[in-house]
Design a protein around this ligand. Structure first.
Ligand SMILES: C[S@@+](CC[C@H](N)C(=O)[O-])C[C@H]1O[C@@H](n2cnc3c(N)ncnc32)[C@H](O)[C@@H]1O
Length: 494
C-alpha cells in the first residue's frame, strides 16, 4: 500500500486532475490527495499506472466527476456579499433591462455555482426586480462538482445556507421542511443547472450573457486555467454586460477588456465595447443666453475647494505592492476622494501614477474629469484626446471634451462632442443634459425640450459611478432638479 501513495504518484494524480479538470491543487492539498488516491486504488484494486491510464482516457468522465466532488468542497450561501446584490439590483439590472428593452430577454450565468445558492439568489432578485411578465429570463448555472449540483436541483437548504437571507425574502420564497427550508418551485424551475468544467468544452461561450457571476472559483484554478477560463467568460459576456468576482478576487493582470465599476460599496466589472447606436439630432446653436454648464461645474468645484483645507496625503496607497495592485488601489482611493468632493487630493493620487494613468481607461477618464473639476480645461482636453487616440468611441472622453469646448467658447464643438458621446453610448445622461442646456442658451426651445426630457428619463436610471464621475460635483437629485427647472423654463413638462 505504501508504494501506491508515493509522492511521485500523488504528483502524477494531481497533474491529471489539473489537466483534465483545470483544478488548482496546491501543495497544502497533497496529503488529502494522497489519501484520496489510496482509497481509489484500494477500491478499484488496480496499480497506480492502471488508474492513471484510465483517468487520462477520453471516456473517464464518470470517475473524474466523482473525484471532482471530493476535491472541491464548495462553501457558499444565499445572497453572499450583499453589497454586490445591491449593485446588481440598482445599477446592473436597470442598465441591462434598458439595453435589452427591444429583445426583452435577459441572460444570466453563475459559473461555479456549487450547490445553487448563488444562481437561486439571482433568480429571486430578478423575479422581484422585473415586473414585466413579457420578458424572457434565462439563468444558467454550472459547476464541476456533481454532488453539489444534485443538492442544487433538490433545492432544500439548511438554516446555515440562509444566514444572510433577509427575513422577508425567506418568508416569500422558502417553506419550512423539518429543520430545513424548501425553495419555491417557481424559483427552482427558473435555473438551468449543468455539469461543466471551466476547463472543458464550452457550449456556454457565445451566449451573450448580460450578467455573469464567477465568484470564488479562481482559487481552484491554476494561473493558466484562470486565464483560459477568463478568456471564455469574457467571450460569453455581451458587450456592456457585467462580471462579478468574489470580493477578494480581481482581474488585474488578467484582462483589459473590462471597466472596473464601483457602487454600493461593491466592485464589479463591465465588459467594454457596448454597441453604438446612432441617434441623430438636428439642433442649431447660435447665441448664448444664460450661465454655461461648465461655469456651473467650476463654481461647484470652487465652493468645495473653499470648504476643504486638509492637506493632500496618501498619494500612493500603502497597501499595494505590485504595479497592478497599485493601480487598483489608487483607483479605489481616488474614487473615494472624488465621492467626498476632495478633488485636488483625488487628482494627486491619480497624477502620482502618471506613467499608467494615461493607459488605464478608468484612471485616464478619472484624471480628465478631475482636471475639469480643477478648472484646468486645457489639460483636461489633452487627457481626453489621449483617451480618444486609444478608443475613438469613448463616450466619457467626448462628453468631457464637450465641456472643454464650451469653456473655450466653442458652442459648435461642444455640440459635436456631445453628439459623439451619445452616439457611443445612447443611455449616457450627461451629454443629453448638456445638449439641452446648450440648446436653451441658444434659444432653441424645441431642441432644448426634447433633449432635457430625454435627459430627465436617463438621469433617473444613470449609473451612480457615472454621476459621480461626470456629474460635475452634482448628485442625481441636484441634476434632476436642474433638468426639471430648465425644462419648465422652456415650456416643457417636467
Ligand atoms: C467556493 S465555491 C463558490 C460558489 C459560489 N460561486 C459562491 O461564490 O458562493 C467554488 C465552486 O467552484 C467550482 N469549481 C472549481 N473548479 C471548477 C471548474 N474548473 N469548473 C467549474 N467549476 C469549478 C467548485 O466545484 C465549487 O463548487
Amino acid at each position: 500500500v505504501k508504494t501506491k501513495t508515493e509522492p511521485v504518484n500523488v504528483a502524477r494524480f494531481r497533474e491529471i486532475l489539473t489537466r483534465r479538470l483545470g483544478l488548482h491543487l496546491d501543495d497544502g492539498r497533497l496529503e488529502v490527495l494522497g489519501e484520496l488516491l489510496q482509497r481509489l486504488l484500494r477500491s478499484a484494486d488496480v496499480t497506480p499506472n492502471e488508474l492513471f491510464r484510465r483517468l487520462d482516457a477520453p471516456g473517464a468522465s464518470a470517475e473524474l466527476r466523482a473525484i471532482a466532488s471530493q476535491v472541491t468542497v464548495p462553501e457558499t450561501y444565499f445572497f453572499r456579499d450583499a453589497a454586490q446584490f445591491r449593485a446588481l439590483r440598482q445599477v446592473v439590472l436597470p442598465d441591462r433591462l434598458r439595453a435589452r428593452a427591444n429583445a426583452r430577454e435577459l441572460r444570466v450565468l453563475s459559473a461555479g455555482c456549487a450547490s445553487g445558492e448563488e444562481p437561486y439568489s439571482l433568480a429571486m432578485m430578478i423575479r422581484e426586480a422585473l415586473i414585466d411578465p413579457y420578458w424572457t429570463v434565462s439563468i444558467h448555472a454550472f459547476d464541476v462538482n456533481p454532488v453539489a449540483l444534485e443538492k442544487a436541483v433538490r433545492g432544500r437548504y439548511s438554516a446555515w445556507s440562509l444566514r444572510e437571507t433577509p427575513l422577508e425574502v425567506r418568508e416569500r420564497w422558502f417553506r419550512a421542511e423539518g429543520a430545513d427550508h424548501m425553495l419555491d418551485a417557481g424559483i427552482r424551475d427558473a435555473v438551468r443547472f449543468e455539469e461543466h468544467s471551466l476547463a472543458g468544452p464550452s457550449a456556454w461561450v457565445g451566449a451573450g450573457y448580460d450578467v455573469v457571476f464567477w465568484r470564488n472559483v479562481m482559487m481552484y484554478l491554476t494561473p493558466d486555467a484562470q486565464r483560459a477560463a477568463l478568456d471564455r467568460i469574457e467571450r460569453a459576456i455581451a458587450p456592456g454586460g457585467y462580471l462579478f468576482l468574489g470580493h477578494a478576487e480581481t482581474l488585474r493582470g488578467l484582462s483589459h477588456d473590462f471597466d472596473l465599476c464601483h457602487s454600493h460599496e461593491a466592485f464589479y466589472y463591465r465588459r467594454r465595447g457596448a454597441e453604438a447606436v446612432v441617434s441623430p439630432t438636428s439642433a442649431r446653436h447660435t447665441e448664448a443666453s444664460s450661465v454655461s454648464w461648465i461655469a456651473a461645474i467650476d463654481g461647484a468645484a470652487r465652493r468645495v475647494q473653499a470648504l476643504s483645507d486638509e492637506p493632500v496625503r496618501d498619494a500612493v496607497p500603502e497597501v499595494a505592492d505590485s504595479p497592478s495592485e497599485i493601480v487598483d488601489a489608487s483607483l479605489a482611493r481616488a474614487f473615494e476622494l472624488l465621492q467626498r468632493e476632495r478633488f485636488a487630493e483625488a487628482l494627486a493620487v491619480v497624477e502620482a501614477l502618471s506613467a499608467v494613468s494615461s493607459r488605464n481607461p478608468s484612471m485616464a477618464i478619472l484624471r480628465a474629469a478631475l482636471f475639469i473639476h480643477g478648472g484646468r480645461l486645457e489639460r483636461a482636453a489633452l487627457a481626453c484626446r489621449e483617451i480618444l487616440a486609444l478608443d475613438e468611441h469613448d463616450a466619457g472622453a467626448h462628453y468631457l471634451l464637450a465641456l472643454c469646448r464650451e469653456g473655450a467658447g466653442d458652442q459648435h464643438g461642444a455640440f459635436e462632442h456631445d453628439q459623439l458621446a451619445i452616439q457611443a453610448d445612447p443611455i449616457f445622461a450627461m451629454p443629453r443634459l448638456h445638449l439641452g442646456l446648450l440648446a436653451r442658451r441658444a434659444n432653441d426651445r424645441e431642441s432644448a425640450r426634447r433633449d432635457l426630457s430625454r435627459a430627465l428619463v436617463l438621469l433617473e436610471q444613470e449609473d451612480p459611478t457615472r454621476i459621480l464621475l461626470f456629474g460635475g460635483g452634482f448628485g442625481r437629485d441636484a441634476l434632476l432638479a436642474l433638468c426639471r427647472g430648465e425644462l419648465a423654463a422652456c415650456g416643457g413638462a417636467a
